[in-house]
Design a protein around this ligand. Structure first.
Ligand code: F6R
Ligand code: MG
Ligand code: MG
Length: 364
């Protein structure tokens, strides 16, 4: 069946209106551009959006970090930005932080999650896309999927999963990575990933054969730009079934709308709300943070799908709970822990306000 690479590359190149959605014109440009490449450099593609982020889901045979693939995504975002500017969309070109393409979109603003796999007899694959939050938002869900037997029954029941999984964790501040093996080192893993603003799970591998199971985008815009330029709005690819968590085990962690950082001005904690594609339109207080999931079967590199996984009635209660949590958090106004901690607010526009007050402080 051979190898296939799945590349999910995304950027916010302009919102409509504000930061709530992607304009249909940008979706059209993306579809047109990728259509020209299908059957050539690309095997297949889908264009989706989550909130104001344009999502390119592509399959090809070129492996991860491929210059041609990254360049075509970059060129598409540049072209889309021209139209976004013409329509005066909000924050046109927001995520294109560099002027010229340097061989890889990593470190240039767009988010990227990729994996090269040997296509199995049947290859169910889930692509998660988030808006109004940061890459560490996947930590909780990935832990539940691949290391929590109370969430994923297969860790106990399926002999192929019983040896557990290894997590590749990145320290986004020090630019270092570490491999942590579960279940043996579960507590070490939690010691790190409980701080999702800094430690982020990049990959997950199955212990029994080192097969890749999950891959995420880990770019933090503020660390690239050195200032607040909107939230990172990460993406994630997860393979499922036959010795990996079942599709339903991959989805299960999102039945609880755990709190993530982001939301209004990238400065607030709020519930991570799973929604269908047509509800991926942050509204209240520019949110609450959203997550959508596109389900595919990969067939000889072609994408069968997407199925809109969170549209299902079984996630209605998660949405209700998320809206209740939103009420709870919102009533705290500018107080922590609704507002992010001081350390995280460093990367927002708040320090500009605090600077003005500095001179007025007297010793006590
Ligand atoms: C969050 C986000 C928005 C903006 C907010 C203010 O990621 O992008 O919540 O931070 O709408 O935007 P400005 O300052 O451009 O008016
Ligand atoms: Mg935006
Ligand atoms: Mg966004």
């Amino acid at each position: 069946m051979g190898k296939v690479t799945i590349s999910v590359i995304k950027a916010d190149i302009g919102g409509f209106p504000g930061h709530s959605n992607v304009h249909p014109a940008l979706m059209e440009i993306a579809k047109e551009e990728l259509s020209k490449l299908k059957g050539k450099i690309l095997k297949d593609f889908r264009v989706l959006h989550c909130g104001d982020d344009l999502q390119l889901i592509m399959t090809h045979n070129k492996g991860v970090d491929n210059k041609e693939i990254h360049k075509l995504a970059w060129n598409l975002f540049v072209k889309g930005t021209k139209e976004a500017k013409r329509l005066k969309l909000y924050g046109a070109g927001q995520d294109l932080l560099k002027d010229t393409f340097s061989g890889n979109v990593k470190g240039m603003g767009p988010g990227v999650a990729e994996m090269e796999i040997e296509e199995r007899k049947s290859e169910p694959l889930l692509v998660f896309m988030a808006d109004k939050t940061e890459p560490g938002a996947w930590n909780y869900a990935l832990y539940k999927m691949f290391a929590d037997p109370f969430s994923t029954a297969g860790l106990v029941i399926d002999p192929h999963m019983h040896d557990g999984f290894t997590f590749e964790v990145h320290d986004l501040f020090e630019k270092k990575k570490v491999l942590i093996k579960t279940p043996e080192e579960t507590y070490d893993l939690l010691a790190l990933i409980g701080e999702p603003s800094r430690y982020v799970i990049k990959h997950v591998f199955r212990n029994s054969d080192h097969e890749i199971a999950a891959s995420t985008s880990t770019q933090r815009l503020s660390l690239i730009a050195g200032r607040y330029v909107g939230k990172d709005d990460p993406v994630m690819i997860v393979r499922a079934q036959s010795g990996l968590p079942a599709v339903g085990e991959v989805l299960e962690p999102f039945s609880f709308p755990y709190a993530v950082a982001g939301w209004m001005r990238g400065s607030h904690h709020g519930p991570f709300m799973p929604v269908g594609f047509d509800q991926a339109t942050p509204s209240r207080f520019d949110g609450p943070p959203r997550v959508i999931c596109a389900g595919f079967q990969i067939a000889n590199g072609m994408l069968e799908g997407p199925r809109d996984m969170f549209k299902d009635v079984s996630f209605d209660r998660a949405r209700t709970m998320a809206n209740e949590m939103a009420d709870y958090f919102r009533r705290m106004g500018p107080f922590e822990p609704h507002r992010l901690s001081a350390a995280e607010m460093e990367y927002t526009t708040l320090p500009g306000v605090l600077k003005k007050l500095e001179k007025r402080f007297r010793k006590i």
